[in-house]
Design a protein around this ligand. Structure first.
Ligand SMILES: [Fe+2]
Length: 675
């Protein structure tokens, strides 16, 4: 466990050296010490052993009696537990079964939280350094301990610190140590993979909103990549290059070959496949698959191109779908959203902004239970041999390599670095401002329904942020005087930058990026909008993938080489991982005045630079109006999404505009990340 900012110790260096000269050097032959055996040593060993022997015999006898008593008392319950755990999900190991049972226990006793009941202002914790735990595999990322969660009693006031809660934490922290057992049970021809997984995990599974009328056809691959989980990874074959001055060209492509050379466990196939779609018709043209190979292997052993109609076509499509599902889950969802953006912003708002700071209050619903969720992800998805590594095909070394590559594989701006040249400010601006990013994609000929719908949502969120910020800072110069805001913004930028070995070595930070009040305003507004967008719509897009995770014949985290379906074990582990996301969270759409309305968080007195703002218990009209306008815009967007889906699913709809989208639909969104 580490603290981010350790107070300087009261440091007094005590010297044992004689002043100035130091101890004289001693050369061979050194002082004699022999076998350390003196007459006194012999006497102590002989008589000491005789004296200790009797109590040792007594302790051994006591231990044997204790073991016998425990065997009598616990033998029957342990036997019953063993038989029970072996009675269901017979294609899975105990780790998975115990994890399912413990998750169901938590889920079945939980209600949907609401802002009124679960986000009380009096429960907002004071600003202070959080206790952090470094996560395995990642470079320089730590997550707060679950006990640091907001809207809970501060340490020392908690009635929850008990033997049972301590045992619960110990259980969660150590469950991944249970041994992993690979069971290769296959589905019989025609056996329904979805029903199998749902019969075990179905009552803990999240709602499936996404509709795939077809899953395995070539047309379905267009839905998968343009409207589904690949929509944020769709590029042109050649993107425009600012340094070379060349425009974008070629077909659309979704790439997963970045994972192709990472080692996988014996018996499983490697990931990979770049899918190319015709620029005019959006139909799949080919999949280029890279293989793990040695440098001296012939070209056909390193890479092959497959076309519709090839004997291997259906298998290569399955490999591509499964690879994309795994890439998005590991890189975009777990690493990008949970461990980077969600984690860093949540830490910064707790450590740099006071409990009564207006931006701390604004972020509270969007950080709701993020600390608990990320602590859970650390234990159950990141840790070696936890549910994440057990699902992916990678060997232990492959998992470490995938995490090392993750910072360079995330999208939505990060990938632009190589295309924007050395203009660091332009790069950072595009990384934060999604509208600029969408403009860039449009200039490169990428203008899809997913991008248009997500931009609508972004603009709506940004307006909310701007309206709210204006309530407390009348000018950009006023904002620049807020010392906590500076620290908040710089803290996030610093944490985001220092997550790769290259950046650590370069010492890349935020110096020189924010020089003026205008730049600070731009960074704050876009950073807040980006965060709120990421934990709502972007998280829904990459994280709520229940339609994929329940069917290992559609997409599988791992599969036996040359087989078109995952095993029964993977069907259950995949569905279990997905089930974690079904934890109910507060809804983003909240009728003003209802239990979901979170405007009470804006009540006075708030505080900037030690100056109190507003009256106790009173919500400023401007802040309430910002919230109400935001909710009204969400309703309009919601209707627009309904109309889009209705048109797309009507009989008149023609390919490729015959697929609905649910990931940016405000009615399905929650205020903060779930697992
Ligand atoms: Fe998540």
């Amino acid at each position: 466990m580490v603290a981010r900012t350790t107070p300087a110790p009261d440091c007094k260096v005590l010297s044992v050296n004689p002043a100035g000269s130091g101890f004289p050097t001693v050369g061979p032959p050194y002082m004699k010490s022999g076998y350390y055996c003196t007459a006194m040593t012999v006497l102590i060993v002989i008589f000491g052993s005789i004296l200790l022997f009797v109590p040792l015999l007594s302790a051994e006898a006591g231990a044997m009696v204790l073991v016998a008593v425990l065997s009598v008392l616990l033998g029957l319950p342990v036997l019953m537990l063993t038989l029970y755990l072996n009675s269901f999900a017979t294609s899975n190991d105990w780790y998975t079964k115990i994890l399912i049972l413990s998750y169901k226990f938590l889920l079945f006793g939980r209600r949907v939280p609401t802002a009124k009941q679960d986000m009380a202002v009096r429960m907002i914790r004071p600003k202070r350094s959080l206790q952090l735990v470094p996560i395995k595999y990642a470079m320089n990322i730590s997550v707060p301990k679950g006990s640091e969660e907001e809207f809970k009693p501060e340490q020392g006031q908690s009635s929850n610190v008990s033997l049972t809660s301590s045992l619960g934490v110990a259980f969660e922290e150590n469950l991944y140590r249970l041994p992993q057992k690979i069971i290769w049970d296959r589905f019989a021809p025609g056996e329904n993979c979805v029903q199998y997984a749902m019969s075990i995990v179905g009552d803990a599974y999240p709602v499936v909103n996404t509709v795939f009328k077809e899953k395995l056809t070539d047309k379905a691959l267009t839905q998968f990549c343009f409207f589904g989980i690949g929509a944020h990874r769709l590029y042109r074959e050649q993107m425009g290059d600012a340094e070379k001055g060349t425009p974008a060209s070629g077909d659309y492509v979704v790439r997963t070959n970045q994972l192709a050379t990472l080692p996988v466990r014996e018996g499983l196939d490697s990931y990979g496949g770049d899918a190319y779609f015709d620029y005019e018709t959006w139909r799949i043209k080919k999949i280029v698959r890279r293989f793990p190979a040695a440098p001296w292997d012939p070209p056909e052993a390193k890479e092959r191109t497959f076309y519709p109609g090839d004997p291997e076509w259906e298998y290569v499509k399955f490999v591509f779908r499964s690879s994309l599902f795994s890439l998005v889950t590991l890189v975009d969802h777990l690493y990008g959203i949970h461990m980077q953006v969600g984690n860093f912003v949540t830490i910064a708002q707790r450590e740099q902004l006071g409990a009564n700071h207006p931006i701390r209050r604004f972020l509270a619903p969007f950080c709701y239970q993020t600390i608990s969720v990320n602590d859970n992800a650390r234990n159950n998805l990141v840790n070696p041999s936890s549910m994440g590594p057990r699902n992916f095909a990678f060997t232990d070394e492959g998992v470490a390599m995938a995490w090392a590559a993750a910072p360079s594989l995330i999208t939505s701006g990060v990938e632009l670095r190589s295309w924007l040249g050395d203009d660091a400010k332009a790069y950072l601006a595009m990384l934060l401002d999604y509208e600029k990013y969408i403009d860039y994609l449009r200039q490169n000929g990428i203008d899809t329904p997913y991008r248009r719908q997500s931009l609508d949502f972004w603009l709506s969120m940004k307006r909310f942020v701007e309206d709210y910020v204006r309530c407390y800072y009348k000018t950009q110069a006023e904002l620049a005087e807020d010392k906590e805001i500076w620290r908040f913004v710089l803290s996030i930028m610093h944490d985001m930058a220092f997550t790769t070995a290259a950046h650590l070595a370069e010492g890349v930070g935020s110096g020189g990026m924010i020089d003026t009040p205008e730049e600070l305003y731009f960074f704050l507004v876009n950073l807040l909008t980006r965060y709120c967008y990421v934990v709502t719509a972007a998280h829904e897009h990459v994280g709520t993938v229940s339609v994929y995770a329940q069917d290992v014949s559609f997409t599988a985290f791992n599969w036996p080489k040359d087989e078109l379906c995952g095993t029964k074990q993977t069907a259950v582990t995949s569905a279990t991982l997905m089930a974690f996301t079904s934890t109910p969270m507060p809804k983003l759409m909240a009728e003003p005045g209802s239990d979901g309305d979170w405007t009470h968080l804006f009540e006075g007195p708030l505080e900037i630079n030690g100056r109190e703002l507003g009256s106790a218990g009173v919500v400023p009209d401007e802040a309430r109006s910002a919230f109400n306008s935001f909710q009204a815009r969400l309703k309009v967007l919601s209707d627009k999404c309904d109309a889009f889906n209705e048109a797309a699913q009507s009989k008149e709809a023609e390919f490729p505009h015959c697929f609905g989208m649910w990931q940016t639909h405000p009615r399905h969104l929650e205020t903060a990340v779930s697992v």
